[in-house]
Design a protein around this ligand. Structure first.
Ligand code: NAD
Length: 460
């Protein structure tokens, strides 16, 4: 039954796409404006649903989800006419008179599969790219954040025809049924295990994929820093959304010389943000479900807890926790933490840190705190990661001028700003020739000498 209704939805979307309506740039801009208006109208419901699913405060929900998406929309509406225009490029002299262009063609039908941690932002931000690219879209929000999934379903169903944008709610059976169908692009955000399932399913139809995955993002702290700024920026990036952020600093590597002083500053920052009892803070989120709560509790058993460590099952509360004296072989260092637990390792030599990072899967984000420009460049040149913030956390992913995505185990493909547009179009190469003259030497039977061809091909 699920399979039949999904196939019929996909067929309807295919027909709508074939009608050519979505190709029109004015249509796309109208739809982006419509989406902005719909978000505005439903803002209170979205923020409430985020609070219900994740205990997100209104301000955090706005800052990291609704407000983020609104900025992306404005940026896209402003720039789309320019990005969508065929782009003229140079033509080699041998094609004298001809002109070359890159056209940005819509892909067709795109499937967007979202995770639960930023359940609104991570389903709507890719949708902005899909609309801008002139596509139809099926959204599959995460069933693990059911309130947000319900609000997304309601607001899209009431405002967009399903042959253009549809929302399919549900979990693995619904997602698997969707994957049986042929889409022209699949945009998936979630963990690498399911990422592999998505890629395998996509390969049956040769459908290209964007995989926005996660992993362990390291945060290196040198001795040459502003202690208070660094501590606040790290505590904020780690404990935002109770650590359930794909680009959160996963673990700290702090220079031995300053470790104790820096940990004191970190504790102070946590206290400043959430007060002496973070359980009572309105600004501190909860863990999404019991499964993740239990998994995270199991990671509290090694090292010395220098801050936090308290848990409460009823509302899935885990205090912002910093654990010192962690060894690379401890369980907390074996998987992406994805919760409010910050293990700390110490180092003496930056080369050792680089070697440690390079021996592990390529992270989604890497953070380095140091005033030393040479060291900054060394870390940038000798490591690979999806993105980097120097002397900050998360900031590189919040600007529309920087493409966002992972590499290797942390994903493939990019979005945000112009990268979102480019992800959802096909860059079609076009050469327009004239009938002014015809270069006969290229036709058989070949009469011209190899020497002359070699000379001619220098003009290519
Ligand atoms: P998940 O992999 O469990 O689920 C993501 C989506 O896949 C959901 O919509 C779910 O319904 C679907 N799904 C789950 N199992 C499936 C299956 N067997 N077959 C088909 N579909 C299936 O991911 P999650 O737990 O929701 O998200 C957490 C992970 O996502 C973390 O690793 C985090 O780092 C990563 N993440 C990455 C980004 C990013 O932008 N790179 C953002 C947020 C989260």
């Amino acid at each position: 039954m699920v399979n039949d209704s999904i196939s019929s939805l996909v067929n309807k979307q295919r027909d709508f796409f074939q009608s050519g309506k979505t190709r029109d740039i004015d249509f796309r801009i109208q739809q982006l404006k419509r989406l902005a208006a719909v978000i505005e109208e439903n803002e209170a419901d979205i923020l409430q649903a985020l609070h219900f699913d994740l205990g997100k405060s209104e301000l955090e929900g706005y800052m990291t989800e609704v407000g983020f998406v609104k900025s992306e929309l404005n940026f896209m509406i402003k720039n789309l006419p320019r990005w969508a225009r065929p782009q003229k490029v140079k033509t080699p002299l041998v094609y004298f008179g001809a002109k070359s262009y890159i056209y940005s063609d819509p892909l067709g039908l795109v499937l967007i599969i979202g995770p639960w941690n930023y359940p609104f932002q991570l389903i709507i931000a890719p949708l902005i790219g899909a609309i801008a690219g002139g596509n139809c879209a099926v959204l599959k929000p995460s069933e693990i954040a059911p309130s947000v999934s319900g609000v997304v379903k309601k607001m899209m169903t009431e405002n967009f025809p399903e042959e253009y944008i549809a929302v399919v709610e549900g979990g693995v059976p619904e997602c698997s049924a969707l994957l049986e169908n042929r889409f022209d692009h699949i945009f998936y955000t979630g963990g690498p295990v399911v990422g592999r399932i998505i890629m395998e399913a996509a390969s049956k139809h040769l459908t290209p994929v964007t995989l926005e995955l996660g992993g362990k993002s390291p945060c290196i702290v040198d001795y040459n820093i502003d202690f208070n700024y660094a501590a606040r920026r790290i505590a904020w990036g780690k404990f935002l959304n109770a650590g359930q952020t794909c680009v959160a600093p996963d673990y700290l590597m702090v220079h031995k010389q300053i470790k104790d002083k820096f940990l004191d500053c970190l504790k102070e920052a946590v206290n400043e943000f959430y007060g002496p009892d973070p359980m009572k803070s309105r600004d501190y989120s909860r863990i999404i479900n019991d499964k993740h709560f239990e998994r995270l509790q199991g990671l509290l058993n090694n090292g010395n807890i220098v801050c936090g460590g308290e848990t409460r099952g009823e509302d899935r509360y885990i205090a912002p926790t910093i654990i010192d004296n962690i060894s690379p072989t401890d369980p907390v260092m074996q998987e992406e933490i994805f919760g409010p637990i910050l293990p700390v390792l110490e180092y003496e030599d930056l080369d050792e840190v680089i070697c440690f990072i390079n021996k592990r899967p390529k992270p989604l984000a890497l953070y380095f705190f140091s005033r030393d420009y040479k060291k900054q460049e060394k870390v940038l040149r000798e490591t690979t990661s999806g993105g980097v913030s120097i002397n900050d956390t998360l900031s590189h992913m919040t600007t529309p001028y920087l493409p966002f995505g992972g590499i290797g185990e942390s994903g493939m493909g990019k979005y945000h700003g112009e990268a979102s547009f480019n992800t959802f179009v096909h860059k079609k190469s076009v050469l327009k020739n004239t009938f002014w003259f015809d270069l006969k030497v290229k036709y058989p039977p070949y009469t011209v000498s190899l020497q002359r061809i070699k000379k001619l091909m220098k003009f290519m």
